[in-house]
Ligand binder design. Structure first.
Ligand code: ZN
Length: 107
């Protein structure tokens, strides 16, 4: 089985006031839309994976971090080698390397 590759990656506006989604058209004809929050929550970098593995603390009050009060956006996406993309987010985080396989799974 060959890994489908993106034939186009675009930012697409959905509704006014919401950050644009990343739309990927794959070589096998599949089209997937990726909301920035989904990509950010799925960040495969070591720091984020560790954070997700921590037992969830249940504070009495949910305190929003400053970066959570503004809509998250994808500010950059660049190829890493032939099989992965580095995605940069508006919260300044950019250490996640998303393989094509992983992106395909997320979509
Ligand atoms: Zn990360």
């Amino acid at each position: 089985m060959t890994q489908p590759v993106p034939t186009s990656i675009t930012r697409r506006e959905t509704e006014p006031g919401r950050p644009p989604v990343i739309e990927i058209v794959w070589s096998d004809g599949h089209t997937a839309a990726y909301p920035p929050r989904l990509l950010r929550d799925a960040c495969p970098c070591a720091t984020c994976r560790e954070r997700r593995a921590e037992p969830a603390a249940k504070p009495l009050l949910t305190v929003l971090a400053p970066e959570e009060t503004v809509p998250l956006a994808v500010t950059g996406m660049k190829p890493v080698g032939q099989y992965a993309y580095a995605i940069e987010f508006s919260d300044g985080h950019s250490s996640g390397i998303y393989t094509l396989e992983y992106l395909r799974e997320l979509g």
